[in-house]
Every structure is written in structure tokens, then in C-alpha cells.
Design a binder for this molecule. Structure first.
Ligand SMILES: *Cc1c(COP(=O)(O)O)cnc(C)c1O
Length: 351
């Protein structure tokens, strides 16, 4: 009989797959709403104010996605022909559909950092002379935690050093903080302390925090006014968005601490998966809720591993030909972790 019941998959593809809880849906239902293009949605206004205070910035703007948040910041900070320095694993470079070139007419200058983390000297070398034939270096964009790097946490000392350097050179600094929540939980460093070094940041409510939709751009009031105009231009002006804002507010208030559990779960998964002969894991990167495991030594490709695990009801992302990615989140229960560990153990035993 039980085999006829639909089985809930253990979905480790991303922390974006979470569904709103009953309590969150209730908060969404209760939210007062208005037309946000007129600036009249009380729930959106309240989330923007709350977020600005949370991150110690002058103002915030609610946007539909992290991609739009990042790209609006690039647009508002730059002019066509400018250049933006980032790590070669950066989300803005890999996963935003070439938006920087298309929407802002800027060039990205990706550098080879270690685990998604740049050195000041590398950035210094990459800065171009302001000759008319050069792209003009305008902005440095960091990512914390680093997604493609495996959920790595930027050391605060490094952020400070890059900030100092950017100041000295007259460059602006942006943070893709889609998972800054995870960095904060892992390091214990306050969100405000991270935020203060950046001219702008974009954070997601729809990753580990578990809101269905929504990101926040943060910066000075004059910067946010600029971003507001571009958001409308790009079709990101929303009307009664208050129910979404209420979900985001609920997520910050009720789900932030839960991220700690995701990190514990990830550690358990990493430990068990690493025991499979031929699997290799760079333990330096296992810090938060993302695991990137190299399966090249197993004699199977990432796609084959993904298919094999899918047969066991475990969904993972084939991340490259030789690596798979697993991400923990609030809809992965302790019971699911136990099940996944048992499955991984079955692959560790010689058959
Ligand atoms: C998810 C993510 C984003 C934004 O993604 P959206 O799907 O557009 O909300 C930006 N940066 C990083 C590092 C991410 O992981």
C-alpha cells in the first residue's frame, strides 16, 4: 500500500524550493495592502523600513528577485562602458543571463579568487588606467556566501581590506548578499557589520529564509531613488505586493535562527557522502548550507550520480560534469537527513 502513496522527494537541489508554511500563509492573508507603484502599500513600506534598520542602511527597495536586485545596483552605480570586478564564480557573472552587458552595458571583469574570495592585490592589478580607450573600473562586486564556491563565508577582515582599498581608489562596492543570512548565522557577525562596508547590497528572502518571492536592495536614500526609477523602467514595479512583503517579514522574524539547523544538516550530509569511495570534498568550503562534491573518482559522471540518487528519491543538482551540488533548507527535515545518510551509506559499501 505504502508504495502507492506519493513520496515527498528529499529535495537538495536548492534552498529556493521551500514552500510557505500555514503560519506564513496566514501572515500573508492578514497583511494590509495598497498600490506600491503609488508608494501606498503599508506592508511593503514597513518591510523596506524594517530591512533598512536591520542592515543599518538609509533605505531599502523591495524587488521581485535577487537577480533584479543585483542588476539594478549595477545599473544605478555605473555608466555604459564601465567595468565591474567580480570573482569568476560570481552569480552576476554565471547565472544572470548576461544581464550586465545587456541591461547596463557594462563589462564584467572576473578574477580567479580562492573559494569565491578575492585578494586586494588581485583587484589592484585588475584596475585599469582611466584612458579613454579602456573600460573604466567603477565597481567591485563581492558575494557572501559564495554560491558556486560552495557556500563559503567571506572573512570580515578581507571585506574590510577590500573596502579600504576601494575607498582609496574611488571605487564603489556592491554585495550580492543572497545568502548573507547564512554568513551571519555561521560567523555570528551582525548583519549591520557586514553591510556597513558596502555602498549597496541585495539580499534574498526566498533562499534559506523560505519566503516564496522577494529580495531587498539596500543603500543610501539617493541611491535607492535611482534604483526605484530603474525598477519601474525594467517592469519591476509591483502593485498590491504587500502579501509578499508580509511573507518576507515573517521569514526574517521566524526563520532566521532555523538556518543554523540547515548548516548542521549539511555537515552531516557532507560527512556521509564523503565516505563513498572516489568522492572528494574540499572541506574548506563546507561552512554553511551548500555542498559541492567532486564525483570524478567514482567512475560515474555528475549526471549519472544525479540520476542514481533520484531513484532513491533524493534530488541533487549536477553542477558540472564532475561535481554535484546539495543544498539544505528548512523543508529538509531531520528524518530526511537520516534517510539520505542511509542511502549514502549503501553506496559506500562494496556490493
Ligand atoms: C539565488 C541567488 C541570486 C538571485 O537569484 P534569484 O533567483 O534571481 O532570486 C543572486 N545571487 C546569488 C549568490 C544567489 O544564490
Amino acid at each position: 500500500m505504502s508504495s502507492l502513496l506519493p513520496q515527498i522527494p528529499i529535495d537538495l537541489r536548492s534552498d529556493t524550493v521551500t514552500r510557505p508554511s500555514k503560519e506564513m500563509l496566514e501572515a500573508m492573508k492578514q497583511a494590509p495592502v495598497g498600490d506600491d507603484v503609488y508608494g501606498e502599500d503599508p506592508s511593503v513600506n514597513s518591510l523596506q523600513k524594517f530591512s533598512a534598520e536591520l542592515f543599518g542602511k538609509e533605505a531599502g527597495l523591495f524587488v521581485p528577485s535577487g537577480t533584479m536586485g543585483n542588476q539594478l545596483c549595477l545599473r544605478a552605480h555605473t555608466e555604459p562602458g564601465d567595468e565591474v570586478i567580480c570573482d569568476y564564480k560570481a552569480h552576476i557573472f554565471n547565472y544572470e543571463s548576461g544581464a550586465a552587458g545587456n541591461l547596463s552595458q557594462v563589462q564584467l571583469h572576473p578574477l580567479h579568487g580562492k573559494h569565491g574570495i578575492l585578494e586586494v592585490d588581485q583587484i589592484r592589478e585588475a584596475i585599469r588606467e582611466k584612458a579613454y580607450w579602456n573600460p573604466w573600473t567603477k565597481l567591485i562586486a563581492l558575494e557572501n556566501t559564495g554560491n558556486k564556491a560552495g557556500g563559503t563565508v567571506y572573512p570580515l577582515e578581507r571585506i574590510r581590506a577590500i573596502h579600504e582599498f576601494a575607498r582609496e581608489k574611488g571605487l564603489l562596492l556592491h554585495l550580492d548578499g543572497a545568502r548573507l543570512w547564512n554568513a551571519h548565522i555561521e560567523s555570528g557577525i551582525p548583519l549591520k557589520e557586514y553591510a556597513r562596508y558596502f555602498d549597496s547590497l541585495s539580499v534574498c528572502f526566498s533562499k534559506g529564509l523560505g519566503a516564496p518571492v522577494g529580495s531587498m536592495v539596500l543603500g543610501t536614500e539617493s541611491f535607492i531613488r535611482k534604483v526605484h526609477r530603474f525598477r519601474k523602467m525594467w517592469g519591476g514595479g509591483m502593485r498590491q505586493a504587500g502579501s509578499l512583503a508580509a511573507a518576507c517579514r515573517f521569514a526574517v522574524t521566524h526563520h532566521l535562527e532555523g538556518i543554523r539547523q540547515d548548516h548542521i544538516h549539511l555537515g552531516i550530509l557532507a560527512e556521509a557522502f564523503s565516505k563513498i569511495p572516489g568522492v572528494s570534498i574540499d572541506w574548506e568550503t563546507v561552512r554553511t548550507n551548500i555542498l559541492i562534491a567532486d564525483v570524478s573518482g567514482t567512475g560515474k559522471t555528475a549526471a549519472e550520480w544525479s540520476a542514481l540518487l533520484k531513484e532513491e528519491n533524493i534530488l541533487v543538482s549536477p553542477f558540472s560534469a564532475t561535481t554535484i551540488r546539495m543544498v539544505t533548507h528548512r523543508d529538509v527535515t531531520p528524518g530526511m537527513i537520516d534517510t539520505a545518510v542511509t542511502v549514502f551509506e549503501s553506496f559506500s559499501q562494496p556490493k
